[in-house]
Design a protein around this ligand. Structure first.
Ligand code: HEM
Length: 517
């Protein structure tokens, strides 16, 4: 026994020494400093498995480096901590690129076939007129502030208003909060995007989406989905893609939003047809729903579980109601600064997003760091979102008024520190859409319902968080049972007027000066 133990120790020691030598031989002195190398190549794997985001935040606290290297078997990862280095990474669109990740997602997650992948992943992908370079600009008429976005938001809000009215009319009821928010927000968003031929009016397809979503990581890593994600694969192949094929074949998009029409035009303009065209909608669903739904859940949770947040946000919501019961939800953009700040603080507080890029050729960053071809570069929102030097020592506390501005006064924090919607060339184009939708959802709930924990005399208990590797926002791990009681106040009717305004959400909005508040 003692001999066996000694042998194992001896083996581990020899392996560790071998890895240390290998590390020294293969690491260039100009690359960022290597850390997490107690057992070279292996230590970072343990850290990643035990919660990637917490591990990376702990490495920031321990080493306080602007950028560092982690070596894993077959992989180099450079993690950028310093806010001032992020724009330098973002600038190098072709050499530190997002495109290869999109190509992999199209093939592995969306299930686009060979003909479509040849277009999306073409060698010309970095050219200005390629499929990938033109995708986000092609959706601008629908997602940038203007009439297309107004009609998209207007349709979502109509759906939310009607759904809440129906719930209110059936009297007090007990619900599981996440499941309820998920269904209502899912239906509002898909109705707004796809219009009267929305495939998700069929509950089997809504369920197919919930079956597919948890399997995204297995698809992305190509980790034998036919074995490890059978349900998700079946949902995508047998239900979701065929439903989108029928939708386009029946010209459903012609009755849908400007957004789905822009996507159709972009796809067909680049030669995508039939099943491939339908499969790209799976990717659009991931982008529009995977983060939005949990984010709205946490917004609602933070509002109703804290009396101070509740009263601040409800006061603003009630001020939107006119004497005749008219509520114009476009006004959430200009007249609800506390609610907007609560939304931003929710995103700052819960975001777990990791942005990954691929180094396409050896490159020198900031005139000093060598980044080697084939490596992955990451920046990690929780690293910036929990940095006291960027947000003040109160960074760990949820402060729903953190983003409020005193007119004329300097901003309390650097807007670039808010990473919830990314930045630079990979900036979320859906941020104005989802912000208006989320704030309207919260406003309509505030006007319609009282929400309390379901257990008699029950207290709000923070649900634990489940951290899926492919979304930027965690979902709650525990059920949150609540009693929702319709408020007995005047009847009102919601509408959404054209406003052409957006929000000052991220540094880029402020620089562009296209916001309303
Ligand atoms: C709260 C909800 C949302 C959050 C937190 C969020 C966050 C983000 C972030 C951080 C990125 C950049 C990813 C990276 O740097 O790797 C991104 C990209 C993107 N988002 Fe969102 N997003 C949300 C909602 C939406 C919605 C509603 C849509 C569409 C209607 C959307 C469409 C996209 C697209 C298409 C990209 C890729 C942009 C590109 O290729 O340049 N997102 N989002």
């Amino acid at each position: 026994m003692a001999t066996g133990f000694t042998l194992v120790l001896g083996f581990l020691g020899a392996a560790s020494a071998f890895f240390a030598i290998l590390l020294r031989l293969t690491q260039h002195p100009k690359e960022p400093q290597v850390i997490a190398k107690t057992i070279p190549f292996i230590s970072p794997l343990f850290g990643f498995v035990h919660g990637m985001q917490n591990f990376l935040v702990s490495l920031r606290d321990r080493y306080n480096l602007p950028i560092y290297t982690m070596r894993m078997p077959g992989q180099r990862v450079y993690v950028v901590n310093s806010l001032s280095l992020i724009p330098q990474v973002q600038k190098q669109i072709k050499t530190i690129a997002f495109a290869p990740i999109e190509v992999q997602a199209a093939d592995a997650v969306m299930g686009v076939g060979p003909a479509g992948n040849a277009v999306i992943g073409s060698e010309r992908m970095f050219e200005h007129d390629s499929y990938l370079s033109t995708f986000v600009p092609s959706t601008q008429p629908a997602l940038s502030p203007g009439p297309g976005l107004d009609s998209l938001n207007g349709a979502a809000i109509r759906q939310i208003y009607n759904a809440m009215k129906t719930v209110a009319e059936s009297g007090p009821t007990t619900i599981e909060l996440f499941a309820w928010v998920r269904h209502e927000f899912f239906m509002a968003t898909t109705e707004a995007i796809y219009g009267p031929k929305n495939p998700f009016r069929d509950p089997k397809l809504e369920q197919a989406w919930y079956d597919f979503e948890p399997s995204i990581i297995v698809h992305m890593l190509k980790a034998w989905p036919s074995l490890l994600a059978r349900k998700g694969l079946h949902a995508r192949e047998q239900l979701l893609i065929p439903a989108f094929e029928r939708y386009f074949a029946e010209n459903g998009h012609l009755q849908g939003s400007v957004l789905v029409q822009c996507r159709y035009k972009h796809n067909t303009g680049h030669g995508l047809r039939g099943r491939d065209l339908a499969a790209t909608e799976v990717g659009q669903m991931v982008a529009s729903l995977a983060n939005s739904i949990p984010a709205v859940f946490w917004l609602v949770y933070h509002i109703f579980s804290d009396p101070a947040v509740l009263s601040g946000c409800r006061e603003e919501a009630e001020q939107l109601v006119q004497a005749d019961g008219d509520v114009d939800l476009a006004k959430v953009k200009t007249a609800c600064p506390v609610l907007l700040s609560t939304w931003q603080e929710t995103l700052r507080y819960i975001h777990i997003g990791i942005a990954a890029r691929v180094v396409m050729e050896d490159v020198i960053l900031d005139n000093q760091y060598l980044l080697k071809k084939g490596a992955t570069v990451m920046y990690v929102a929780p690293v910036q979102h929990t940095d006291p030097s960027l947000w003040a020592p109160t960074v760990g506390i949820f402060n729903h008024r953190r983003f409020l501005r005193t007119p004329g006064a300097k901003r309390a924090h650097n807007p670039a520190a808010f990473r919830a919607f990314g930045g630079g060339s990979v900036l979320c184009p859906g941020r104005h859409f989802v912000t208006t939708e989320a704030m309207s959802f919260a406003t309509l709930m505030l006007l319609r319902f009282d929400v309390k924990p379901a257990a008699r005399g029950g207290k709000w208990v923070n649900p634990r968080k489940s951290v899926p590797m492919t979304t930027l926002v965690p979902t709650p791990k525990d059920a949150v049972q609540v009693r929702i009681t319709p408020k007995e106040n005047q009847e009102y009717h919601a509408r959404f007027s054209a406003s052409k305004k957006g929000f000052d959400l991220v540094a880029e909005d402020i620089t562009a000066g296209n916001s309303a508040v």
